[in-house]
Design a protein around this ligand. Sequence first.
Ligand SMILES: *Cc1c(COP(=O)(O)O)cnc(C)c1O
Length: 466
Amino acid sequence: MEPDLPFEPYRIKVVERIHRVPRAEREQHLREAEYNIFRIPSAAIYIDLLTDSGTAAMSDRQWAAMVTGDEAYAQSRSWDEFERTIRHLTGYRHVIPCHQGRAAENLLCGVLLEERHVVPNNTHFDTTRANVEFRGAVALDCVCDEGLDPDSDAPFKGNLSVAKLEAAFARYGDRIPFVMMTITNNSGGGQPVSLANVRETAAVCHAHGVPLFLDCARFAENAWFIKRRERGQADRTIEAIAQEFFRHADGCLMSAKKDALVNIGGFIALTDDKLAERLAERLIVQEGFPTYGGLAGRDLAAVAEGLREVLDEEYLTYRIGQVARLGERLAAHGVPFLKPAGGHAIYLDARAILPHVPPRRFPGVSFTAALYLEAGIRACEIGSLMFEHVDPDSGALVSPAMELVRLAVPRRVYTHTQLDYVADACARVRDLGDRLQGLEIVWQPPALRHFLCRLRPIGGGRLIAS
Ligand SMILES: *Cc1c(COP(=O)(O)O)cnc(C)c1O
């Protein structure tokens, strides 16, 4: 085999100027945003690693597909191509277009969930958890134990624990209407799920007469990990591996804003005729006619092209390699993060970096705010602000297992040099040590509070003590 290429498998055709605003302005932005990074204007951000969702650079072919997209209301040519591409990839007969991933979740949960239902998943993504809980159902995380250990470098830390799933079936029985697996496991560190694990999980679900849905936003990255790490998979194509995990499951939900390399889009695909019919009925009310589902024809065309491009192994090797390289530079600085590096992001271990800040004081938010202040970089807390929740058994407020800061790398957007700047800045913030203070919430909405809440440094003091 030829060695992996050390650089991007593309050349740059269009560029967008970015500016680093002066520190004094960053300080003002942070104060005006009340320390919530989601509220800072994008023009004031130098390197934006808030998310890899909808932030990809599209290819010349995708832009060409957009121009030639068919905007007919019903049965457009772009819809045909969208449907054909997804059917070929997943093997599922029914394709339901949605404007993004959470719209797909909303449709599926709206049709299948009732109060007291329980939905097992390896780890629910935030919008998935919100959509489950909104129906009064319980979102049950069943990730394997290695997935909860920040220092384990097991190859498939995204795996769902089959033992935990069996225990859930034993305990909740017919309160479980379906099971989900998130691939890669976004909230669990962008860690992959093995083919063997999808196969076993599907077998357990089917033994209980319950369907398995893949939350497959990063299916191609997951397939790349399987090819590199799972025995017997090295000689298969990314497409063949993906087709196999789709075959074991009964359907999937996808936020196309990730591995379809587009800025907006999503879909549900599935085998069940009856369920597809019920989803399509709701779709017309909520999203749009079943051949566009809240998207323009050009968006459908760009998704179809993106779903083919993302299967390019050279692209995936560069993409996942770029994230790994960021991890290596952080490791060289001794900045602790979740090992091994995820497919789309590095997850810094905020609890280890700021041991003096308890979960209730949001160490991940504190680090994120300081990283913006020091270097103009935007990252995202994935910890107590995002995932603190009421335990269904005890009724107590519990923090998630880890306090993380996610550095999500947009696809085909930043260069190695820019990510070196990020790693060096993270080390500088880590060096602030116990001068960095925790925060408290001033105001919060009832759900998904991390998007909109307002905070302040504890007691209204300074974020960085002198
Ligand atoms: C992004 C994401 C979603 C939600 O998709 P949106 O397009 O942001 O609505 C759901 N699940 C996973 C795993 C995701 O990464």
